[in-house]
Write a protein that binds this ligand. Sequence first.
Ligand code: MLT
Length: 271
Amino acid sequence: MIAVCPDAARFGDVVEIAYDDVGSGTPVVLLHGFPHNRSLWAPQTNALLSLARCITPDLRGFGGTPALPPYEMDRYADDVASLLDALGVGRAVIGGVSMGGYVAFAFWRRHRERVRALVLAGTRAGADDEAGRARRRELIAVARAGGGAAVAERMIVGMVGKRTRERCPALVEAVHHMLASVPTEGAIGALEAMIARPDSTPLLGDIDVPTLVVVGEDDVLIPVAESEAMHAAIRGSRLEVIARAGHLASFERPAAFNQLLGEFVLSLDFD
Ligand code: MLT
């Protein structure tokens, strides 16, 4: 589906946001990472439809949402708020994987009154260090020269856990296909946005909503230690490590991830 929403970044303009809205119950927004699109969440939306209303947008420049500068974590977060307005949703569980987690932090910073709970999957609170920024600049050059296919070649190894790569070539192929389909402008915009994103570590102590931190045991892009640090800093948060999964634990081991997410969403009815 496509929602036409006001563009908070350009007063008087609109942004078209492609999204899926599946199921009924507690609204749960699931934000994909880089360089993904909302199809990443198909294993969740299908499994959870009887207990949650999963809203999965394509961030601007990814999937079916047109590329439209400026690209910033704050803009992605404001787009999500505009989409919720368009859907008549006030508060929602806000979940994100990796870059989607960076957007979830921006959403918390700018729209915290709309956050019922947080799900932080395979992500980190800190900003990039200089070496990380240099790697992103190099990837921008790769994207300019070779588009999504070249980005996918660079990223596929870290994206999926080693044991998943060994056991499930078809799943790796599906992830590769998703990465390769990223529009070049959206990929470059997101890389620039990640370079510029602020450190969200100071926010962690202020988070006062139920928070599920979840990570794949074999994640090499954003290792388990980052999730342990977020869990230690967010009061009352829950940390779950999914065995034998890598960076995309929700896609690699959907049954394990869905069990955790489903239980978490149901528990919100009782707090
Ligand atoms: C992602 O999966 O969103 C990216 O790996 C995040 C990042 O590069 O920091």
